[in-house]
Design a protein around this ligand. Structure first.
Ligand SMILES: Nc1ncnc2c1ncn2[C@@H]1O[C@H](COP(=O)(O)OP(=O)(O)OP(=O)(O)O)[C@@H](O)[C@H]1O
Length: 274
């Protein structure tokens, strides 16, 4: 697809999502606006059940919005497409395929030649540091390794946008830190635009160019906090005064909700917490 540098990679315009339950309308997302620049990494944090996953699924084209629209590089989202790659908390590898064949799966669907598949799979297995495990079965791998394979598989599709829904949520704390560092490296090499949902403020700050703090349901953006920390970021950055200040600032935002405030236009204004 042609890249248009003047357009945001992702535009979320006045999106509403409502479900009906027992004939009652429940609005989960209301008049939601956000622009994401090419190559930008945006972390989503917010109260549980506020609509973060629902929004990611709408951007992915898996469920329709009730009102408003989403554009990826100027093209309206109506269904899932190869321009968007999605990754979830629970890795979804095929247990009967080895690592190589799991990563190759999407390329087979895209009808790439055997030679092309081999070149792409080997490149991405190398990127996630698992080239020595290409013949292993998923059952032989740790949780962190499985998520690295999932990431390699999504990247092999070469989507413009990565949608990540708590991808490290099921990992132990140490593996999670390693994955964050690896994701930062991989993202900086691939320069994809990323929407990353997490419950972990540290993770959101460590990875994000911007942290989007969601309001309570119905979701709107309460504040877009720009994270001005140099890259690449080392895990020890968590101890730095600047990092701690960002963490505390976002923690306060997450614990201070005045009822019935309309934040609908704040998704277009970046705030500099520092
Ligand atoms: N298909 C559906 N029908 C009815 N309600 C739904 C449906 N899908 C989601 N919801 C409701 O929408 C709200 C938002 O859910 P969502 O999973 O998007 O929140 P979240 O912010 O990702 O939550 P968490 O942080 O706990 O993962 C919840 O109250 C949920 O019950």
């Amino acid at each position: 697809m042609q890249m248009n540098k003047t357009l945001p990679a992702i535009q979320i315009n006045n999106v509403e999502k409502s479900f009906s339950k027992n004939k009652e309308k429940i609005t989960v997302i209301d008049d939601f606006n956000l622009d994401v620049a090419e190559g930008q990494f945006v972390s989503f944090v917010g109260p549980s059940g506020c609509g973060k996953s629902t929004l990611l699924h709408i951007v992915g084209g898996f469920i329709p919005e009730t009102n408003g629209e989403i554009q990826i590089r100027g093209n309206k989202v109506t269904k899932p497409g190869p321009d968007r790659g999605m990754m979830f908390q629970e890795e979804a590898l095929f247990p009967w395929r080895n690592v190589y064949d799991n990563v190759a799966w999407g390329l087979e669907v895209q009808k790439k030649s055997k030679k092309e598949r081999q070149e792409i799979v080997e490149r991405f297995l190398k990127l996630v540091n698992l080239e020595d495990f290409k013949n292993s079965m998923p059952s032989e791998l740790s949780g962190g390794m499985k998520q690295r394979i999932s990431l390699a598989r999504v990247l092999a599709f070469d989507p413009d946008v990565l949608l990540m829904d708590e991808p490290f949520g099921a990992l132990d704390a140490q593996t999670r830190e390693t994955m964050q560092v690896e994701l930062q490296r991989i993202w900086s090499e691939s320069q994809k635009s990323v929407l990353f949902v997490t419950h972990d403020i540290d993770e959101a700050v460590f990875l994000g160019d911007v942290v989007a703090v969601f309001s309570k349901r119905p979701a709107q953006i309460k504040e877009l906090v720009k994270i001005d920390l140099d890259r690449p970021r080392d895990i020890s950055i968590r101890k730095s005064p600047d990092f701690v200040e960002y963490r505390n600032y976002i923690w306060d935002l997450l614990h201070d909700y005045s009822p019935e405030t309309n934040y609908s236009q704040l998704g277009r204004q970046i705030s500099h917490a520092k």
